[in-house]
Write a protein that binds this ligand. Structure first.
Ligand SMILES: *Cc1c(COP(=O)(O)O)cnc(C)c1O
Length: 372
């Protein structure tokens, strides 16, 4: 089989999705499946939809187009504030977008009006992550302006935590979001359909406390795909962490000593060197590099230590057993590594034969679903 390749187990993605959808439903929270880390892969999107997510979201128009071309017709939200240069495409492909700039919303309004459509707007609030978001004190003013614009409908508000900073939201911060929802409703009238609490970083909060205030949606990518909490990096109980595996190939294995520059070669020095470097570690070069993934975000099997990577090579060390040239090495990926690998043209995407909870093997999924 081709290497490098990323093996995708849709069964595990379905089980992760179902677990989160069911647990959050008991708290009155629906799940929006975030597809950006798989570049809008239609099969993964389809697996999320089959397992109960209420809609999808992505941060790039190209990914949304890919899903639309594959026949995915469910509501899709744009979770990155639209660029002014892509307004028409946003209106064409997404029912709703998350917004922080009134000038952008004005353009969305004009474009939607021109097409005779109504585009949903969710206002993203700055809650301390200091990436994108409207300052809470400006929210009411902007919401009032949106209410007056034709072609757009104020659907809700959303919070964002632990994207740029690594601070998980706590109960107090979430309480503020609830208060803001009531304030906006009081000031501008509409019932806010969506109060989106955040991302996978919100799960410890969402799965823990019984009262969720007005939060009725979370946007989940990492937890569904990798089963991990983005803040701690730890596995979330009940979720699979191995739905994706990157398989790479060994192209060189040697016991290496650092060669002397030629002019220094002197038998006496070399003898000394051999004694010094008689370590039992062998070095292997893998045919994968920074062009293919974020190599630092890979977890190698035990006993394989990562040494360094260049654009096309990754160097590892083993102490127990030398890796054979041609051997395949199976690695787990973190979010950044997954995103890069899914976007890399030289990494083949393979849907593997799936097993159910009780170990029974079921047929591989359709790779390119055309209808949902
Ligand atoms: C990426 C992203 C998410 C999903 O984050 P995960 O950590 O993958 O769950 C949610 N909201 C926004 C705005 C995002 O950019």
């Amino acid at each position: 089989m081709t290497t490098p390749r990323i093996e995708i187990d849709l069964c595990k993605i379905r089980q992760n999705t179902r677990f989160l959808v069911d647990h959050l439903a008991s708290h009155g929270i629906s799940v929006t499946g975030v597809t950006k880390a798989v570049c809008g892969d239609p099969a993964v999107a389809h697996a999320m939809l089959e397992s109960g997510v209420s809609q999808l979201a992505d941060a790039r128009v190209a990914n949304v187009k890919r899903m639309r071309c594959a026949g995915i017709i469910c509501p899709i939200s744009m979770i990155r504030s639209p660029m002014l240069s892509e307004i028409d495409q946003i209106i064409e492909t997404c029912e709703t977008s998350y917004n922080t700039e009134i000038d952008v919303i004005a353009e969305l309004s004009a474009a939607a009006l021109f097409k005779g459509e109504v585009h949903g707007v969710i206002l993203m609030i700055e809650m301390g992550d200091m990436r994108d978001g409207i300052m809470p004190e400006d929210l009411e003013r902007i919401a009032t302006m949106v209410m007056k614009m034709p072609g757009v409908a104020l659907k809700g508000i959303g919070a964002n935590f632990a994207c740029l900073g690594n601070i998980a939201p706590n109960a107090d911060a979430m309480e503020v979001v609830t208060t803001l929802a009531y304030e906006i409703e009081g000031a501008c009238g509409p019932f806010l359909e969506t109060v989106s609490g955040g991302s996978s970083a919100n799960l410890p909060w969402a799965l823990d406390l019984p009262t969720k205030g007005r939060i009725n949606e979370l946007r989940l990518g990492e937890a569904i795909l990798l089963g991990t909490d983005p803040v701690s990096g730890e596995q979330i109980d009940g979720l699979h962490t191995d739905a994706f595996t990157l398989v790479v190939e060994v192209i060189e294995t040697k016991f290496k000593t650092r060669p002397f520059p030629l002019r220094l070669i002197d038998p006496a020095l070399l003898a000394l060197r051999l004694v010094q470097d008689s370590s039992s570690k062998s070095r292997s070069v893998l045919a994968v590099g920074l062009q293919d993934t974020n190599v630092g975000g890979l977890s190698f099997p035990t006993d394989i230590t990562f040494v360094g990577a260049t654009s096309d090579h990754t160097v590892t060390e083993t102490s127990k057993c030398a890796l054979q040239v041609g051997a395949e090495i199976r690695c787990q990926l973190n979010y950044g590594a997954l995103m890069r690998a899914m976007n890399a043209t030289d990494v083949e995407k393979v849907f593997v034969s799936e097993t159910t909870w009780n170990g029974a093997v079921i047929e591989p999924d359709r790779v390119h679903p055309t209808v949902i």
